[in-house]
Design a binder for this molecule. Structure first.
Ligand code: ATP
Ligand code: MG
Length: 223
């Protein structure tokens, strides 16, 4: 791993409470940032690392180039003293599962480090049903952010099947539900707006809007 990578730089930090925010970030938007900030504050995290996916295991569509998504995430987080972007998943050759990234973190960080994997409630279900659920829950605490339009009862129902006491910030709690100020924003909605010639201003940080506009990355009328 690159020595400039935030994970490399955090590897010796004692008692680290690390938030990891996974996603395609195609493009990164303000709801991602609000969610990460909320996790930082509610769970007293020391740092939050955004990890854009390289080749997602369940690829539904063509993503913008990883390098571009990485660049957008970098400019979006540059001004925050505790937000970082890791290249780990985009530099990995094979298709990556969340559990593989968590194994890597557990190998790399100190044994007293604690990893909080922050996702929208929709993504929690995906992670838990994908691969090695039990191992995922051994390696991290999942923070499930409420997301507009998402049925929390459904998540609670699925979690109940996995084991009692799994939900909540109790000692055995492995999945914590986090209330975030509701923002009905998604990357797909932003891509659709851009493709139809609408602006993304205020839905994404200014630096991200400028970079998208300058590169016409998500289509542009007549361009
Ligand atoms: P897409 O529409 O392309 O799926 P997205 O907006 O869902 O994009 P992702 O990159 O898929 O963004 O998501 C990264 C993480 O951020 C996921 O865990 C997702 O659930 C979460 N997330 C995205 N948008 C929101 C939102 N508005 N509120 C809370 N969490 C969100
Ligand atoms: Mg999504």
């Amino acid at each position: 791993m690159d020595r400039d990578d935030p994970i490399y730089r955090l590897r010796d930090r004692p008692s680290l409470r690390l938030g990891v925010m996974g996603g395609a970030f195609d493009p990164i938007h303000v709801a991602h940032l609000v969610t990460a900030e909320e996790a930082l504050q509610q769970f007293q995290l020391d740092e939050v690392v955004f990890m854009p996916v390289g080749t997602p295991p369940h690829k539904m569509r063509e993503l913008a180039p990883a390098e571009f998504r990485y660049m957008l995430a970098s400019v979006a987080t540059a001004g925050h003293p505790h937000f970082w972007v890791s290249r780990y998943e985009i530099d990995r050759e094979e298709v990556g599962f969340t559990v593989d990234t968590l194994e890597f973190l557990s190998r790399t960080l100190r044994p007293d480090a604690r990893v909080f994997f922050v996702t929208g409630a929709d993504a929690v279900l995906d992670i838990l049903t994908w691969k090695d659920t039990n191992r995922v829950l051994e390696l991290c605490t999942l923070i499930a952010a409420t997301r507009p339009g998402y049925d929390l009862a459904r998540l609670a129902g699925v979690l109940e099947h996995l084991g009692p006491g799994l939900v909540g910030p109790g000692p055995d709690g492995k999945v914590w539900i986090m209330e975030v100020p509701a923002l009905a924003i998604s990357s797909s909605m932003i891509r659709e707006r851009l493709a139809s010639g609408k602006a993304a201003r205020y839905l994404v940080p200014d630096s991200v809007a400028q970079l998208i506009e300058k590169t016409r990355a998500y289509g542009h009328p007549g361009g």
